[in-house]
Design a protein around this ligand. Structure first.
Ligand SMILES: [Zn+2]
Length: 483
């Protein structure tokens, strides 16, 4: 007995020593760079030009017949008028109607080009919520230190910000050695097949193999990560896959005065309950494992200890981290029932009940086990093929493009903690995955917790200073990468 206790004590001491050692020696992965001088920019003029772009209702509707070409043409004219030097120096190709591909030809054809992406389209305002906006969504107002309107963050801030950066460099007389492409799709919010996919095809046909592709997806986040005081620069190195699955239950229809023991509605409801109760397993791997390796060393003792010792404390980490919907989404393939349909009259049993369940697929996962979880011969399961996309490849963090962006961010925002990140939504960049292994998803605007609900929601806005900083990051990135 005594010997067993002694052995146990020894195990505890050894474990404590190993975890402590790993915590103390958990190496920082932040690149060490000297800050650059703040690029002098006319922030009020920047805000005004962004605000102007928000006035065009370049909306992507689910129903493509509502597409309003005049709004896109208006935006194109506006960009031409607002960035005259850029339009004189760069070649512009219109792709498949409204896609815009700018080329700033470099002097050294031996250098792989850069491709920077943004999208022109925005999501509609949910009917009935128009009145909730502090400032109207399509008037491009500047108030209380913010530029307000649909697209301020997603994604006209990137689009106009990229143009600002290039206009600035053209004005300064920059002659790039490396070729730069700016590629602006126009249907990202409905999948990007007419815009980004076609531009990527064109680049592939021209044999363009970019050094890297940069798109939206991550940002400079403050207050989003508990235990981290510094702003976190979330650089998306992968994005989740996507599939919507249709569940159909069949049963005897008829008069509701004599219901059978199992109804279509009941069978379907049980299937959805099972799906929600048996979530796909949580795992720390890929981009999320990289994220803990980058964040951990910069955090206070307790979270640092946990992140440094995932071999022992991984369960605690997934448990704590997975309590928020945002954290949960980084750890597993998520299951979200979104549509439920059955019945036409209150006293008639429907013979069919139908549900749609949206899955966001973690890199390394598949939806094959969805069928197994539902496992009920009375339920038809069918993936809606048009919605399907695989998880993206994962951009290597040791490679130069990730490191270059990480250095750039820390040059402009000293003290920011850079980290790899898994983007849980979809971006246009997935159409470019075949052109390069290095796809980075990052916009340099600072966002807080409260901004997550503003994107695609009410009161979308970007801070005037935050936007100027985003432009400074683009400028510095181009200075670092182009010459
Ligand atoms: Zn977007």
């Amino acid at each position: 007995m005594k010997r067993a206790l002694l052995a146990l004590a020894l195990v505890v001491v050894v474990l404590a020593a190993v975890t402590l050692e790993r915590t103390v020696s958990f190496p920082s992965r932040q690149p060490q760079v000297a800050p650059v001088a703040v690029e002098p920019l006319d922030t009020a003029a920047l805000a005004r030009r962004l605000a102007g772009a928000l006035r065009f209702k370049t909306i992507s509707f689910q129903d493509s017949s509502q597409f309003d070409a005049r709004e896109f043409e208006g935006l194109h004219r506006y960009l031409r008028d607002s960035f005259p030097k850029l339009h004189a120096a760069l070649k512009l190709t219109r792709v498949n109607g409204y896609g815009l591909l700018y080329e700033w030809t470099g002097s050294d054809p031996g250098l792989a080009p850069l491709v920077l992406l943004a999208h022109q389209d925005v999501v509609p305002i949910e009917p009935g919520t128009e009145g909730r906006w502090t400032e109207p969504p399509f008037e491009g107002r500047i108030a209380a230190g913010y530029v307000w309107g649909r697209g301020a963050l997603d994604d006209k801030g990137s689009l106009v910000g990229l143009l600002e950066a290039v206009e600035h460099l053209v004005a300064a007389g920059t002659k790039p050695r490396r070729t730069l492409y700016l590629a602006f799709g126009y249907d990202e919010e409905v999948g990007g097949r007419r815009g980004a996919a076609r531009i990527a095809e064109l680049l592939a046909a021209r044999n363009v193999h970019p050094e890297f592709v940069l798109d939206e997806g991550g940002a400079l986040a403050t207050g989003l990560i508990t235990g981290l005081a510094a702003p976190a620069a979330l650089i998306g190195i992968a994005e989740k896959g996507y599939v919507t699955v249709e569940l159909t239950a069949q049963a005897e229809g008829g008069h509701s005065s004599m219901p059978p023991p199992a109804t279509a509605v009941g069978i379907l409801a049980a299937a959805i309950t099972r799906l929600e109760a048996h979530q796909m397993p949580r795992a720390i791997r890929g981009p999320t494992a990289d994220m803990f390796d980058y964040l951990g060393p910069e955090m206070s003792f307790a979270p640092r200890l946990v992140m440094a010792n995932r071999w022992l404390l991984g369960g605690i980490l997934t448990g704590r981290f997975g309590t928020t919907p945002q954290g949960n989404a980084l750890l597993r393939t998520t299951t979200a029932p979104t549509v439920l349909q059955a019945g036409v009259k209150e006293n008639v049993l429907p013979s069919t009940a139908r549900a749609l369940v949206n899955f966001r697929i973690l890199p390394g996962d598949s939806v094959a086990n969805v069928q197994r979880t539902v496992a009920d011969s009375r339920i038809g399961v069918r993936a809606l093929e048009a919605t399907f996309s695989n998880p993206s490849p994962v951009t290597p963090v040791e490679a130069e493009p990730f490191q270059l962006l990480a250095r750039t961010i820390r040059q402009v925002v000293p003290g920011a903690v850079v980290t790899p990140w898994l983007v849980v939504g979809g971006t246009d960049s997935r159409h470019y995955a075949r052109l390069t292994a290095n796809v980075l998803r990052f916009v340099g605007a600072t966002i807080g917790k409260d901004d997550l609900r503003r994107v695609h929601g009410t009161d979308e806005r970007v801070g005037v200073q935050a936007y100027a900083d985003a432009v400074r990051i683009y400028i510095q990135l181009l200075k670092n990468a182009l010459p």
